[in-house]
Design a protein around this ligand. Structure first.
Ligand SMILES: Nc1ncnc2c1ncn2[C@@H]1O[C@H](COP(=O)(O)OP(=O)(O)OP(=O)(O)O)[C@@H](O)[C@H]1O
Ligand SMILES: Nc1nc2c(ncn2[C@@H]2O[C@H](COP(=O)(O)O)[C@@H](O)[C@H]2O)c(=O)[nH]1
Length: 298
């Protein structure tokens, strides 16, 4: 004879759900007001007397932290070897310690990243923000890409790009001299020379790559320790304004790029961090902060 299932204590379940919602809201509220309460919430959750924290699902806890979406949350839990079904109160000692270390790394001084990739949709301002970093944060080594497109007025060989022929680009690919490369916007080829990235890293300089989404994915595969930062527009309308306002593409090309931008925006969950490009100095400040540099963002 099968044993009857234990009776469901609906009142207790409902109390736990309310407590979990409260704890999740508290994590969100505190982060929004500039506090860093995640470690405190985790520590409090070890004591069953703190019912809200104790019963909070680890998934909901992570999702309450800005810029952690479903994909990233799943990856974090895999890395920390924590089952998504766990509640904070039910974590083992080692799991709690691993989660604590993760929160400290993320919430306090950001751990320095040797290699950071900045990507995002067309016309969001990647080039502008990267240029601001080059001009205001000389400690950052901004990798100079190779490209098969011709220089625009004002662009300097070796500063903005290395301008190369198709034949030379083929040779770089054949000799495996590029860390990543892609044909961008269906037109020209762009790539990051391995040697310059390696040389800067060996000198201990934090390296920034400003590249497209295809390149960012290749870097993630080849150097999983790289930090991927997605630059997002404040709104879709503003993205369109920037693309049209730049005036460097035909109406047809603008429409094509906007179709690609929709796909690129949907990929932001693949990234470790998100920076909204509201103003250039602020976005650049947040970016270098995420690179673990000492200059605090505004
Ligand atoms: N924070 C900002 N506020 C207003 N305008 C901006 C901002 N950032 C960049 N822009 C403007 O938006 C336009 C697009 O910027 P930029 O060329 O840097 O974009 P991008 O992401 O590098 O584009 P693409 O991928 O197409 O090369 C430019 O005219 C630039 O001056
Ligand atoms: N995959 C790579 N993409 C790159 C690289 N360098 C630049 N880019 C991207 O190309 C477009 C167009 O740049 P533009 O200067 O011609 O306007 C832009 O999205 C850049 O991010 C690279 O080395 N690899």
């Amino acid at each position: 004879m099968t044993a009857a299932p234990p009776p469901v204590d609906r009142a207790a379940a409902s109390r736990a759900a309310v407590a979990a919602r409260r704890a999740r809201a508290e994590v969100k509220r505190a982060i929004a007001s500039g506090e860093r309460p995640t470690v405190e919430v985790l520590d409090a959750s070890a004591d069953p007397a703190n019912a809200a924290e104790h019963s909070l699902r680890v998934t909901n806890f992570l999702l309450a932290i800005p810029h952690i979406g479903q994909t990233k949350m799943t990856r974090i839990l895999e890395q920390l070897a924590i089952s998504p079904s766990k509640r904070l109160g039910g974590l083992g000692v080692k799991q709690r310690e691993r989660l604590r270390e993760f929160l400290v790394r993320r919430g306090g001084a950001v751990a320095p990243a040797a290699l950071t990739v900045l990507a995002g949709p067309t016309a969001v301002g990647k080039g502008t923000v990267a240029g601001y970093v080059r001009d205001h944060y000389p400690e950052v080594a901004l990798a100079v890409s190779v490209t098969t497109r011709a220089p625009r007025p004002g662009e300097i060989e070796g500063v903005h790009y290395h301008f190369v022929s198709d034949t030379e680009f083929d040779r770089l690919v054949d000799d495996d001299e590029l860390l990543e490369y892609a044909t961008v916007h269906n037109s020209y080829r762009y790539g990051t020379p391995r040697s310059s990235v390696r040389a800067a890293l060996e000198r201990g300089r934090p390296v920034l790559l400003e590249i497209d989404l295809q390149g960012a994915r290749q870097v993630r595969e080849r150097m999983p320790e790289a930090r991927l930062v997605f630059l997002a527009p404040p709104s879709w309308d503003e993205l369109v304004r920037r693309l049209v306002g730049r005036g460097t593409e035909s109406a047809e090309e603008q429409a094509r790029r906007l179709r690609t931008a929709e796909v690129e925006l949907a990929a932001q969950d693949e990234f470790d961090e998100l920076v909204v490009n509201d103003t250039v100095p602020e976005a650049a400040g947040r970016l270098v902060h995420l690179m673990g540099l000492t200059k605090e963002h505004a």
